[in-house]
Design a protein around this ligand. Sequence first.
Ligand SMILES: Nc1ncnc2c1ncn2[C@@H]1O[C@H](COP(=O)(O)OP(=O)(O)OP(=O)(O)O)[C@@H](O)[C@H]1O
Length: 237
Amino acid sequence: MSAALLEVSNINTLYGRSHILHDLSFRLDKGESMSLMGRNGMGKTTTLKSILGIVPPRSGHVYFCGEDISKVPTWKRMRLGIAYVPENRGIFHNLTVKEHLQMAARPNSDDQTSWDYDRVLETFPRLQERLSNLGTELSGGEQQMLAIGRALVTNPSLMILDEATEGLAPLIRRDIWSVIATIRESGISTIVVDKNIKALRKLCDRHLVLVKGRVHFDGCSEELDKSQEKVEAALSL
Ligand SMILES: Nc1ncnc2c1ncn2[C@@H]1O[C@H](COP(=O)(O)OP(=O)(O)OP(=O)(O)O)[C@@H](O)[C@H]1O
């Protein structure tokens, strides 16, 4: 078996005394794209925050490129190549589009996966038109594009997107899905949290479904098709 890019091994994550993730384990190979699904409150965001160290698991391990990063602070995990596009997008009100991108940019020696300022603007022509606008002056869709663009210029090997299409108009959603596909094609591994199972089925190689902080399903798209009833029941209860 090839070395995993990310391996989450038996993590238990709690908020105070509320035990949210229970012995959660999964792995993601280099270049692989994984969906993370589950009803509201099942622990998807907590899983992402555990990977990033924002909410460190009480026990268990997180390995990235074979290294145990369980005790590594969040900023260092990002330096190692993990980028996060949070649910609330985290756009600064008082910075322009250009400043957001310039501030985050980090070059990468690997030409194949390299994303720079110009490539992001080519991918998001809307941002090109809005370069001198402040975060507050952007629509929800533009903010989402900026949040993704800002993550891309850090040249991550793993990109984590939490509900990137949530609350957006259908045409903008379509653009965001197409950009996520482009990111994947550029060789960056992705973990995508979303409710659109049809889009995730098409986009991702593997799928993880959580129920009450436990893995309910973990398999490839063909296995997802075979377990359709079980998965749909878990998502619609
Ligand atoms: N900061 C916190 N303090 C205490 N409990 C929390 C905190 N954040 C989340 N929770 C609880 O942890 C559980 C899992 O939440 P989480 O946000 O991981 O779920 P989710 O699957 O991402 O749901 P959603 O789709 O609603 O974002 C929920 O019961 C939630 O109320």
